[in-house]
Design a protein around this ligand. Structure first.
Ligand code: GDP
Ligand code: MG
Ligand code: K
Length: 297
């Protein structure tokens, strides 16, 4: 290790599905951030930690900033805004294919109030013609001043190393906040609940809204080292409960099998996963329930 170790915190902001989690996963190399074709899977802050011999970057995968529709939405925006004021560098990620939209204007308005270096990351360049890229860059330059504009493909890896170098060039001398092998500081409970949530959203396609929550009731370690996990999937309507359980429990079984595999891969131990579905009306608008499900205020 060299004698001047550098470190810093980097927030990734951007509309849902621009590729924030994909980028995190490519850099960290582990399935920590949750990926989904659907928007808003990532609700809490998930940190991924990149460490090499002379630097450490702590990534914060913020919830998408967008106009809140209900209390949970408010919570998300507040968390994201707080995050922006705590970090050293902000990566504002956009989707090259979609281009500029109202969602970005909402984010830019917030970024203008933040006194941190903002990098515009144009992701999914594998999907667009270079001409379109140039137009896009000109368009975004008009909106605000960026420290640098970096086009990448998080999926294919193009220019991701360059982006890492750029971030590292911006780090100041600092401590190694996390041990080298630590890739997230989130309680395992959170990651486990997100795995389960992800499976429900994927398998039920459009039928189940993002309003579902997953609560980990218990994690017991058995004598042989395997884990017994009990979790409750909370929905708002009885019809949703029916969909998640499926014909003779087939859907819930599939959710359980897939989530269990991810959890086993994450924790490196055998898992017995027990899932329950519970109906609880309107939990999104009740603050007390937000705390109950692990949201910090
Ligand atoms: P997030 O909501 O910003 O975290 O976005 P995700 O990382 O979940 O990505 C959303 C979708 O975009 C997924 O289907 C990804 O596979 C896809 N995606 C992410 N990055 C790229 C990229 O560089 N190129 C292409 N073609 N697809 C990408
Ligand atoms: Mg995400
Ligand atoms: K997503």
């Amino acid at each position: 290790m060299s004698d001047t170790f550098k470190s810093g915190f980097t927030a990734i902001v951007g509309r849902p599905n621009v590729g924030k989690s994909t980028f995190m996963n490519r850099v960290i190399g582990e399935k920590i951030a949750i990926m989904s074709d659907k928007a808003q899977t990532t609700r809490n802050r998930i940190q991924g930690v990149y460490t090499d011999e002379d630097s450490q970057i702590v990534f914060i995968d913020t919830p998408g900033i967008h106009k809140p529709k209900h209390k949970l939405g408010n919570y998300m925006v507040n968390t994201a805004e707080q995050t922006l004021n705590e970090v050293d560098i902000i990566l504002f990620m956009i989707n090259a294919e979609e281009g500029y939209g109202r969602g970005d204007q909402f984010i830019v308005d917030r970024l203008k109030n933040v006194d941190r270096p903002v990098y515009l990351i144009i992701n999914k360049i594998d999907r667009v013609h270079p001409d379109k890229l140039i137009t896009l860059i000109e368009q975004y330059r008009e909106l605000m001043e960026f420290t640098e504009i970096v086009p990448i493909s998080a999926l294919e890896g193009n220019n991701v190393d360059h982006l890492l170098t750029v971030i590292k060039g911006h780090l100041e001398e600092g401590p190694q906040y996390y041990p080298e092998d630590q890739i997230t500081d989130h309680p395992e409970r959170f990651v486990i609940s997100e795995f389960i949530r992800e499976k429900v959203l994927h398998l039920t396609r459009e039928e189940i809204p993002h309003s579902i929550a997953v609560k980990i009731e218990e994690i017991d370690e058995e004598e042989n080292g395997s884990l017994h996990i009990q979790a409750i999937i909370v929905v708002e309507r009885k019809s949703q409960k029916g969909i998640i359980i499926g014909k003779q429990g087939s859907m819930l079984k599939e959710v359980g099998t897939r989530a269990r595999k991810d959890i086993e891969a994450l924790l490196g131990s055998k898992v017995f996963l027990e899932l329950w579905v519970k109906v609880q009306k309107d939990w999104r608008n009740r603050s007390i329930d937000l705390n109950d499900f692990g949201y910090r205020e």
